[in-house]
Design a protein around this ligand. Structure first.
Ligand SMILES: [Zn+2]
Length: 306
C-alpha cells in the first residue's frame, strides 16, 4: 500500500524488515482487489476485478483498513486518510494490514478459506459500476457469518441467495440512493443481506421475500420494486448516440451470467480469482484424476466438503 503516485512511503521510519512486510501486505491486498485489470468502455467480461478499476484505490483501501480495524477517523481528517496511529516502528501498521489482508483473503482469492465472492453478484451494479458500499457491506456480512459460526448455513443457501441478489440488483442501488454513498449505506445493506439470507434459510421463495419487504417498514423504499435502473433511450440525444455504456454493460452481464462457471458443490457462480478444481470422489476414496472426476468449486466449499 504505497501512496501510489506521490512517491511518499509512510513507513520509511520503520526498519527494513517491517518495511518489507508492509510492502508485501500492501501488494497482496492491492492485487487481490484490482487484478485482473479491466479496460475502458462497457463491461465485456465477468472476470472483473473485485474492487473496480482502481481509480480511487488508495482512499478505498484506507477505508477498508479502517473498517476492518474499526478505527475511528478523527474529525478534521479527510475521510479517506487512514486512522492509523502515529508510530515509529511500524508494528501497528503491520497489524492493521494483516487483519485487512486476512479479511480480503476470505472475500476473494484461492486460499482454502476464501468464499470467492463473485464481484458481479456482490460488488457491481447491473450496469457494471463498482459499488464500494456493497463491497464494505458484503465483507462485513461475511465477517459476521464467520464469527457467528454460520458458514455451513450460508453455503447451503448461497445459490438461491445470490440469484436473488442478481435478479434484484436495483435493491442495492436504491439503498445507496436512500442512505448515501460509502459507509452510510453499509448498516442497511448488511441488514438487507441478512434478511434475504434468513428467508432462504427458512425455505422461502423470491416472492415471499418481496412480500416481506412490502410490509416491513425498514424496506419500504425498495417498493414498488422497480425494473433495473437503466436509463431509457427515449431522450433524443440517446437515440442519436445509441445505447449508453451502462446499458451495454448490463446487456453483456445479463447474457454472460447464464453461462458463468458454477460451483459443483453449492451451485453459485465462481470467479476466475477464486476457482478450485476439486476431485468429485476423493483420491483417498479411489477417485482418479480423469476429467469426469473433476469439478469447479469455491475454495471454501472445497475445504468444508464433508
Ligand atoms: Zn461453492
Amino acid at each position: 500500500m504505497t501512496r501510489a503516485g506521490t512517491g511518499h512511503q509512510y513507513w520509511s521510519p520503520f526498519g527494513p524488515e517491517k518495511q518489507e512486510r508492509t510492502k508485501e501486505l500492501g501488494k497482496a491486498v492491492y492485487q487481490a482487489l484490482y487484478e485482473p485489470p479491466i479496460d475502458e468502455g462497457p463491461v465485456r467480461t465477468l472476470d472483473l476485478p473485485v474492487a473496480g478499476k482502481g481509480y480511487n484505490a488508495l482512499p478505498f483501501v484506507f477505508d477498508l483498513v479502517n473498517q476492518v480495524n474499526r478505527v475511528s477517523v478523527p474529525d478534521g481528517k479527510r475521510k479517506s486518510e487512514p486512522g492509523l496511529p502515529d508510530e515509529t516502528d511500524g508494528a501497528e501498521t503491520i497489524k492493521y494490514l494483516e487483519s485487512t489482508s486476512k479479511l480480503v483473503e476470505r472475500i476473494t482469492g484461492d486460499t482454502p478459506g476464501s468464499f470467492g465472492l463473485h464481484p458481479v453478484v456482490y460488488f457491481y451494479s447491473r450496469t457494471g459500476a463498482f459499488q464500494p458500499s456493497a463491497f464494505f457491506a458484503a465483507s462485513r456480512f461475511i465477517e459476521m457469518i464467520i464469527f457467528g459460526g454460520k458458514v455451513r448455513e450460508y453455503l447451503a443457501a448461497r445459490a438461491p441467495f445470490e440469484l436473488f441478489l442478481l435478479n434484484h440488483k436495483e435493491h442495492v442501488s436504491l439503498t445507496v440512493h436512500k442512505f448515501g454513498a460509502g459507509e452510510r449505506s453499509v448498516p442497511q445493506l448488511v441488514l438487507y443481506f441478512q434478511t434475504v439470507m434468513a428467508k432462504f434459510q427458512n425455505g422461502k421463495s423470491d416472492a415471499d421475500i418481496l412480500a416481506k419487504f412490502a410490509e416491513d417498514p425498514n424496506f419500504q423504499y425498495l417498493l414498488p420494486a422497480k425494473p433495473p435502473l437503466l436509463r431509457g433511450s427515449s431522450e433524443d440525444s440517446e437515440k442519436k448516440t445509441g445505447f449508453n455504456r451502462g446499458t451495454k454493460s448490463a446487456t453483456f452481464i445479463g447474457a454472460a451470467i447464464a453461462g458463468a462457471p458454477k460451483c459443483g458443490l453449492c451451485g453459485a457462480m465462481v470467479h476466475k480469482n477464486s476457482m478450485h478444481i476439486d476431485h468429485k470422489q476423493r483420491v483417498r476414496e479411489g477417485g482418479g484424476n480423469e476429467f469426469t472426476n473433476a469439478q469447479i468449486t469455491h475454495p471454501i466449499c472445497d475445504s468444508m466438503k464433508n
